[in-house]
Design a protein around this ligand. Structure first.
Ligand SMILES: [Zn+2]
Length: 197
């Protein structure tokens, strides 16, 4: 059965999305072919606009201009606290739990020498700059538990002044798990159960 290229192309993109197999990709594509022309155009325009998305120059979260809504929010309260996360999805999971009132810093991954990911490949230097320029007193390390995550936390601890309190959040999850899949209650508990190291 030979399908038009436009259909197989959309299918192949959709099947690259997390959790979408070939069957679902076909189902979504067939659904899209039934949409009104106007809606298809709006949908494809909204996807194209993702190419222009900006990241906050301070923390790395999505933003409209230079700084994100979290960094610009004067009412967050805990100005001297930064929560360090691997990725934006972790930031969003913690934010959704509603129990954290400081700022964030998105590293963009964890140290992984085998894959050639060193401090230069992550937003590590910017973190250290922020700790001194924003006079940060507390670091909440919300790095997912893994060998690489542990090494990343130790690296950060070694690089910062002993005057800065660094705590790793407690986890109710196995090694290799990820924050983004935890429910808000578990995240709140993990934020409460922090341990210094
Ligand atoms: Zn920001």
């Amino acid at each position: 059965m030979k399908l038009p290229d436009s259909i197989t192309e959309v299918m192949s993109y959709l099947s690259k999305l997390p959790g979408v197999g070939e069957k679902s990709a076909l189902r979504y594509t067939l659904f899209l072919t039934r949409l009104e022309n106007e809606m298809i155009k709006e949908f494809s325009n909204s996807i194209s606009s993702l190419a222009e998305i900006k990241k906050c120059e301070s923390c790395g979260f999505f933003c409209e201009e230079y700084k994100c809504s979290i960094c610009l929010d004067e009412n967050r309260g805990e100005f001297k606290t930064i929560c360090v996360v691997e990725g934006i999805s972790d930031l969003m999971a913690i934010e959704k739990s509603g129990h954290y009132r400081g700022r964030y810093h998105v590293l963009g991954g964890v140290l992984n020498p085998l894959l050639g990911i060193g401090p230069q490949e992550l937003h590590m230097e910017k973190l250290f700059q922020r700790i001194s320029s924003e006079k940060i007193q507390d670091l909440v390390l919300a790095i997912n538990p893994s060998v690489e995550g542990d090494a990343t936390c130790s690296y950060i601890r070694d690089q910062i002044s002993p005057d800065v309190k660094a705590e790793r959040i407690g986890f109710g999850m196995p090694m290799g798990g990820s924050l983004e899949y935890l429910d808000s209650l578990t995240i709140s508990k993990a934020l409460e159960n922090r341990t210094s190291f």
